[in-house]
Design a protein around this ligand. Structure first.
Ligand SMILES: Cc1cc2nc3c(=O)[nH]c(=O)nc-3n(C[C@H](O)[C@H](O)[C@H](O)COP(=O)(O)OP(=O)(O)OC[C@H]3O[C@@H](n4cnc5c(N)ncnc54)[C@H](O)[C@@H]3O)c2cc1C
Length: 395
């Protein structure tokens, strides 16, 4: 276990405990860096660690970093391990496609391997002297006491805090055991992803999304990353996988063998294994908080239900959680009722958009609608309605 102790007066007693040091947990910690509160952040992994992901960072992600602090944004701007995106290509089942590009002068989105992006956030977090960072430390038990939350780590250490921020992702053990916010199995995706080299790509700065009839409303993606490598993946709704008994790995192989991809992958080499992971999607409201705890990021099911983008909302929820934490300490009040303020702020910011994306997810179950939508996008200014999140990568 690696412990970095800086300015922590009383061992094992904290004001705030954050479980999970992904984008949501680190964003909450970074937003609390000047709060004067004693913070502990725990992650079961040792960083740098990878996370199964497409690694597409929309402009929303970049803007959220700026909202945490302009210095963080500056540091990210100077961070070299990211691939700028100039073009996005969307293809629908009838093979029609649309490519949109950006001016050189405009702000960009990026593809960034999660090994690098999360490590960037972790390193920024470790710089803060009111934050104690515990790696390789899994939190296995949670218990609410009268005036604090108590957690236990896998090495049997006990830690206490006035408030708990649950940022431990799609498979949150807190959610499974204690939260009232259960995962909605009808609005859940499963995706598989691997890195490749030697794939023929038209342009190392183009994101490619393929809405294929066998994946709808999900899609197959080819996202170029650094060093001529490519992030390739496939996401489907979990209920369709179950209902149609789909073997995702087999489907992935079948797609690579389709005439439109076969030649491009003929010399491809897979780096590591094809791995799968769950995506708890947003779109319907659920409880995001309770007495002395708040749920963040994937633990709060905030992933965009159409495109699967979750990093922007993970960071946003980290920011909002930090604001709520500050209010709790000002008022010395941590009740479930008071914390509903956090739910309101999160949903005020994301719910309207997520409802629209849930609607589109339902529409894109039908190949004809996907085809017509692309046609409409080509002829009208409705591109933003359909692919606003993707466009944010480039606008
Ligand atoms: C295949 C796939 C592709 C995706 N592609 C994209 C994309 O291109 N763009 C995008 O914006 N989003 C994408 N997403 C969604 C994105 O990955 C998530 O929304 C984002 O990672 C959520 O951040 P988080 O901080 O909430 O959780 P996570 O990033 O999952 O971080 C949770 C952290 O908690 C730690 N942890 C878990 N349990 C414990 C425990 N008990 N104790 C201590 N630590 C614990 C984990 O080690 C981890 O570091 C994708 C998701 C998948 C599965």
């Amino acid at each position: 276990m690696v412990e970095i102790w800086i300015n922590v007066m009383s061992a094992k007693e904290f004001d705030v405990i954050i479980v999970g040091a992904g984008p949501s947990g680190c964003s909450a910690a970074l937003s609390l860096r000047n709060s004067g509160l004693k913070i502990a952040i725990f992650d079961k992994a040792t960083f740098p660690r990878n996370k199964i992901c497409g690694g597409a960072l929309s402009l929303d992600v970049v803007n959220q970093l700026n909202k945490i602090s302009p210095e963080l944004y500056q540091n990210f701007s100077q961070f070299a391990n990211k691939q700028p995106i100039d073009k996005i290509k969307i293809t629908v089942p009838n093979d029609d496609s649309l490519v949109f590009s950006i001016e050189k002068s405009q702000k960009k989105g990026f593809v960034c391997n999660r090994l690098d992006f999360d490590n960037f956030l972790v390193n920024e977090t470790k710089k803060c002297n009111n934050i104690c960072f515990f790696e390789n430390t899994k939190i296995v038990e949670y218990e609410r006491k009268k005036d604090f939350y108590q957690i236990k780590s896998d090495d049997n250490e006990i830690y206490n805090a006035k408030i708990l921020l649950v940022a431990n992702g799609a498979y949150s053990n807190f959610n499974r055991k204690l939260s009232q916010s259960k995962v909605d199995k009808n609005n859940y995706s499963v995706a598989i992803q691997a890195f490749y080299e030697n794939i023929k790509v038209e342009n190392q700065n183009t994101l490619e999304l393929y809405y294929l009839k066998e994946t709808l409303p999900g899609y197959f993606w080819i996202f170029p990353t650094l060093d001529q490598k490519v992030n390739v993946g496939l996401g489907l709704l979990a209920k369709d996988i179950t209902k149609n008994k789909i073997n995702l790995k087999k489907l992935f192989g079948d797609i690579l063998n389709k005439p439109e991809f076969k030649d491009r992958f003929s010399d491809a080499q897979k780096i590591g294994n094809l791995k799968s992971y769950g995506l708890p999607l947003g779109g319907s409201k659920k409880s995001l908080s309770g007495n002395r705890y708040l749920l963040l990021g994937d633990a709060a099911s905030l992933i965009d239900p159409f495109l699967g983008e979750g990093i922007g909302n993970a960071i946003r929820s980290g920011r909002f959680a930090a604001e709520q934490v500050k209010k709790c300490f000002v008022d010395n009040y941590f009740s479930a009722k008071f914390n509903k303020n956090y739910d309101k702020i999160v949903y005020k910011s994301v719910h309207k958009e997520q409802k629209r994306y849930l609607f589109l997810q339902k529409m894109f179950r039908f190949p004809k609608i996907a085809n017509i939508s692309l046609k409409i996008c080509k002829k009208t200014k409705l591109l933003n309605f359909f692919f606003g999140n993707v466009i944010e990568l480039i606008k």
